[in-house]
Design a protein around this ligand. Structure first.
Ligand SMILES: *Cc1c(COP(=O)(O)O)cnc(C)c1O
Length: 359
């Protein structure tokens, strides 16, 4: 019996996708072997790679000004690969610090160039996203780095307005493929796959071609974006099985109706949880209302001593992975694309019942 898995990452995957993978495991399309056992240069794998890319383009409306790459090292490797490719001691980038992942990106970028942190929410316990209007963008920044959704603190940009700023580079690890966006606002987007796109082990990079053209060539070959663009993510052996999963999950996303349908469903599910939290003072949301995340919903119990019991009792209802990150505590509901409406309904029913039994 499968549980309702609210883990923040790696996270729940659509059951029908796992069933398809299981059915194809021993004998992929009559070839007599599994995807794991195939050459990454075989026609079968070339087809998987091409379809994964095309599905991502279709679902998220990515036009041909952008390349799609599958890399390794997680989102964390992008924290330094990005500045390593674009910055030098004489050049500058703006960074917005809205949480632990954002501040790690700042830390990793500092050795490569001049890093201008134009907003930090650290002193407010990262409870909000700044307004685009008041940000002191640098005139000469090569990009502005943001974390679109702060997985730990449960905050998320409502839009990518960015008036007057340089084009954005976004870490979208925890909300990619859950909301629509205008790709033209971005020079680059990256995301570890393990939250919304598949299993861990592959990192999606969507990079603008004219931006990539300005990247350096005097750094290690494997760390150059140019290498992976020229070799179509096949410079060395890519994580083939993880890419196959991304193909399957994006195919599922296409069938669901693409980004607009996924966003709509995500909003409905998040709305159900926020409505429950807002309807009482038994639960106390931690993120500022105008900055609330649709994919990571964070709250405390008014009586914090009950949080441990909440988590334990939830498990009995097959609701797992609800413990907040150790740096904020409380409860975190990870509402990624593959979380079912039924899972959210079961959670909300449990929350109401738990409240009744404990007041
Ligand atoms: C999970 C997460 C990361 C870390 O990703 P890895 O793939 O483990 O390196 C980075 N940024 C955000 C926003 C995340 O949610």
């Amino acid at each position: 019996m499968r549980v309702y898995n609210f883990n923040p990452g790696p996270s729940t995957l659509p059951t029908e996708v796992l069933e398809k993978v299981q059915a194809e495991l021993l004998d992929y399309q009559g070839k007599g072997l599994s995807v794991m056992e195939m050459s990454h240069r075989s026609p079968e794998f070339s087809d998987i790679l091409a379809r994964a890319k095309q599905n991502l383009r279709d679902v998220m409306k990515i036009n041909d000004n952008y390349e799609i790459l599958f890399l390794q090292g997680g989102a964390s490797l992008q924290f330094f690969m990005l500045p390593m490719n674009f910055l030098s001691p004489e050049t500058k980038a703006d960074y917005i610090d809205t949480g632990s992942w954002a501040s790690k990106a700042v830390k990793e970028a500092r050795p490569f160039g001049s890093i201008n942190v134009i907003f930090s929410g650290k002193n407010e316990n990262y409870s909000r996203i700044p307004s685009w209007n008041n940000l002191p963008f640098s005139d000469d920044a090569l990009y502005c780095h943001i974390t679109s959704n702060n997985t730990i603190y449960g905050t998320q940009y409502k839009d990518y307005g960015n008036p007057g700023g340089p084009k954005l580079v976004a870490d979208m690890s925890s909300d990619i493929m859950t909301r629509s966006f205008d790709i033209e606002k971005f020079s680059m987007i990256y995301a570890g796959a393990q939250k919304n796109l598949g299993p861990s082990g592959v990192t999606l990079v969507i990079i603008r071609k004219d931006f990539a053209a300005k990247a350096k060539s005097d750094i290690p070959t494997l760390l150059q974006y140019k290498t992976h663009i020229e070799k179509d993510s096949l410079y060395n052996t890519p994580p083939t099985f993880a890419i196959y999963l991304v193909m399957c999950i994006t195919e599922w996303a296409v069938k669901k109706g693409g980004i607009d349908a996924l966003e709509k469903e995500c909003r409905v599910k998040a709305g159900m949880v926020y409505e429950t939290v807002d309807g009482t003072d038994f639960y106390i949301p931690t993120a500022s209302k105008d900055s609330r995340s649709l994919t990571n919903i964070t709250f405390r119990l008014k009586n914090e001593a009950l949080e441990k019991i909440f988590i334990e009792e939830a498990k009995k209802e097959k609701l797992i992975g609800l413990k907040g990150h150790r740096s904020v505590g409380g409860i975190r509901v990870s509402n990624y694309s593959a979380m079912s409406l039924k899972g959210i309904q079961t959670l909300v029913d449990f929350m109401k019942d738990f409240e009744k039994r404990n007041t």
